[in-house]
Design a protein around this ligand. Sequence first.
Ligand code: AMP
Ligand code: GLY
Length: 429
Amino acid sequence: MRILVIGSGGREHALVWKLLQSPHVETVFVAPGNGGTAQEQGAVNMPVAADDLAGLVNLARREGVDLVVPGPELPLTLGIADRLREVDIPCFGPDAYCAQLEGSKAFAKELMQRAQVPTARSAVFHQAAEAAAHIRAVGAPIVVKADGLAAGKGVIVAQRPEEALQAVEDMMTAHCLGAAGETLVLEECLEGEEVSLLCVCDGTHALPLPSAQDHKRVFDEDKGPNTGGMGAYSPAPVLPDNRLESLTDICVRPVLQALARDGHPFVGVLYAGLMMTADGPKVLEYNVRFGDPECQPLLMRLEGDLASLMLEAVGGTLRPGMLHYSRHTALGVVLAAQGYPGHYVKGLPITGIADAEALGDVKVFHCGTRLEEGQVLSSGGRVLCVTALGQDLAAAQARAYAAVDKIVMPQSLCRRDIGAKGLRRLAEM
Ligand code: AMP
Ligand code: GLY
């Protein structure tokens, strides 16, 4: 099989690495890939951007690709699956209609209400004055969400009404997020522990992957600004395996049924971001792809042939029991450039990756790197995701940080408490 993976982050490196373990896979093309995918035997980086749909379709046709796997949301919301369908190339990812679940918070909220999925109470606004009046009427805390894709900058959890009013002003009047902020969702602020539930879907069936937990803030103890994710581990004790099926019934399967009724069966990974509240689980958001960095520990635990699993999903033939994963815990720590998510420098030299992997049960996934004359250089804010397997959470954490400490990168930054929330919960159980 020849596969095309779209994207250039740690998630895509993990997808490439896992797909190449399949006995059926001959070559994995990566558009555009990174310094990590460039080093994987059997992978070939191609200089086509993740949002260049025509270029991607041409590449897939030219190389006789049997399956396309989009990593990030952008090509999906732009309609890569629809374009590939026109030329009969299978795509493990949803069409543009389904991708609105992630691309439009208003669409997602409407669908959740229709499908009776538990979520925060909310209202949609197209006019700043009406949004402001709503905030004055209901008060704070309140959550202000830009409707469109905003690279992690579209959600403000406002503790005071003034903060929420300022967010409305910034998004709707000053257009700080462009078109993404022209429509807003205002919603009830929920309290609880967050967890990710990712399901592999074939249009009709959803198979849950084990739970995972991301760490969105840049500093320890969830301080500092939001990032793309500073680390993740699986399973998360807050969502044990014996609850996966019932939560999938509540939070994912009704959405699949609603989309199928709309004439758009969802194929790919449907990711529900959950808040485990005192009133039970509630959906904060859907993503229409693997999470980054959740994908890295999840794929380290996954056993068996990912390429075949994806083909079953595309063919509509997923069955219970098709997913197998290691009982061990996997934990990934993101190494970022100092200053991320704000200003940071690129081109920092990285060494020690082989020493880290020599510890065993460690894989260093590249997030933002390039290869120059054999030297790995940073090329983004999130640079590496150092991922380790261990018998339990404490062991996975210890191994991942031992591996982190083997890596030498000037001006790097990482959280030192990835997994701490899970360890606290285990201690209470
Ligand atoms: P989202 O992009 O919808 O996942 O939101 C980003 C982050 O904002 C989430 O991971 C939560 O930490 C927070 N958030 C979103 N919605 C709510 C809510 N209704 N109540 C509290 N926090 C929220
Ligand atoms: N880790 C969260 C995301 O991928 O959206």
